[in-house]
Write a protein that binds this ligand. Structure first.
Ligand code: SAJ
Length: 413
């Protein structure tokens, strides 16, 4: 594979760790790098610090066979895959500090000829900026007018949490090189484990493609969320409405919910807005529509709670989407947090089968408990369904008969 024997995967999170594990399952020597010692220790023991089907099997095999090791120190390697977070600042501007920190650390190890791939979701131009930064620190390796001495590429990840190990192997992959040689080298690396088509382009287009995919989904969820608000006013069942409209051969409306969460779809569209604030009208508005949905749910619950002196509210689900334990940027967490603030006389009973303790953001609230479904249903006056976990779908409708039900995902219709 084009002289690539050792790959350092920088950032052992939800994307970096699965990528490191799948690369190690091929004939590649992989070094996982993370600034967090606890993560490195867990990975070294073959433990996955989060829930992702099949990942533990891959990881345990790779560690046992000596194909993968983890460290906090940036090593020399033939290729680097950077998968660090790219959050946005309070003003919705992309924060590239983790990418720059990784690039600075990589720059110290380079000898020439290495491939440096940025996988982190990034605003257009980020890979070029990263390359400039590395070359700025290593002018000895900057021979841009002659041949490519270092190779830079952007290869956005597009895997769905919960299906990561399958989608890493089967999804088509966009590879954007700074120069054709970089793109071809990166393609050869991904071909070791990816059976999907590998599509070559330049780095800027690859960056934008990733942002566009998630914005497409965000805009379409915003459409569904707007329909749910309009339908409520018009006394129409939005779930039936969408199901009927989707029978049209060219209509495919997504599902409304309590808001859009996670670290991708609720973040990436802002990178396009930041890149062209005047042009990105629809993309910005969709973000605003989706971000406003939790407040709409909260107002609904608060108005239903008014008839009780000391309402007991069961909140079903805390994760940002079904059947995972990931609570980051979850609209359900925000809704529960706001409900306990706004209704101090209420008891809020959170039910989340995928966790065994409340996140720190919720722990201090005295009128909030984490309970199992049966205990919560025994006490609840109001049941608000926030996540369509499979476990909730089989709830017997008779247990809901004497409760006020607010079903934000339409699973009990
Ligand atoms: N959601 C709805 N209605 C829907 C679909 C989703 O309200 O019809 C909500 C979910 O409940 C969740 C949020 O949207 O709160 C995002 O969930 P998701 O399943 O749409 O997406 P993510 O964030 O788990 O993963 C997305 C995927 N992107 C696309 O489908 C275009 C995934 O392929 C990307 O790799 C990932 O973002 C990423 O890392 O960027």
């Amino acid at each position: 594979m084009d002289g690539i024997k050792t790959v350092a995967v920088v950032g052992l999170g939800y994307i970096g760790l699965p990528t490191a594990a799948i690369l190690a399952s091929q004939d590649v020597n992989v070094i996982g790098v993370d600034v967090n010692e606890k993560t490195v220790d867990a990975v070294s023991r073959g433990e996955v610090p989060f829930v992702e089907p099949d990942l533990e099997t891959y990881l345990a095999g790779a560690i046992a066979q000596g194909q993968l090791r983890a460290t906090t120190q940036m090593p020399p390697a033939d290729a680097y895959v950077i998968a660090v977070p790219t959050p946005f600042s309070s003003g919705h501007e992309p924060d590239l500090s983790h990418i720059y920190a990784a690039a600075d650390s990589i720059a110290t190890q380079l000898t020439g000829g290495e491939l440096i791939i940025l996988e982190s979701t990034s605003p257009p131009g980020a890979t070029e900026k990263m390359a400039e930064r590395v070359l700025g620190q290593r002018p000895d390796l900057d021979q841009s007018n002659q041949r490519e001495v270092l190779h830079f590429a952007h290869c956005p990840e597009r895997v769905l949490p919960g299906r990561v190990m399958i989608e890493l192997a089967t999804n088509d992959r966009i590879v954007g090189g700074i120069g054709e040689q970089a793109a071809l080298k990166a393609k050869a690396l991904y071909e070791t484990f990816c059976d999907g088509e590998i599509l070559l382009t330049d780095a800027r287009t690859a960056e934008m493609a990733k942002l566009v995919e998630n914005s497409y989904r965000d805009v379409n969820i915003a459409f569904a969320n707007e329909l749910s608000i309009i339908s409520e006013k018009l006394d129409i069942d939005v779930w039936e409405l969408i199901e009927l409209a989707n029978h049209h051969p060219r209509v495919n409306i997504l599902q409304p919910g309590p808001g859009v969460g996670g670290h991708c779809i609720a973040v990436d569209p802002w990178f396009i807005v930041a890149a062209d604030p005047d042009g990105a009208q629809l993309i910005r508005k969709s973000r605003e529509v989706n971000d406003a949905k939790p407040a709409w749910v909260i107002d609904n619950v608060v108005s239903k709670a008014e008839r009780f002196k000391e309402p007991v509210i069961a909140a079903l689900g805390l994760s940002f989407k079904p059947d995972i334990d990931d609570l980051r940027a979850s609209p359900a967490v925000n809704i529960v947090s706001e409900l306990v603030e706004r209704l101090p006389e209420a008891s809020v009973l959170a039910v989340e089968p995928h966790i065994d303790h409340l996140p720190t953001t919720l722990q201090r609230q005295s009128n909030l408990e984490l309970l199992d479904q049966t205990q919560a249903f025994e006490r609840a006056d109001i049941v608000v369904l926030l996540v369509d976990h499979t476990a909730f779908k089989s709830i017997d409708s008779r247990t809901l008969a004497d409760k006020i039900v607010i079903d934000t995902k339409g699973i009990w219709r």
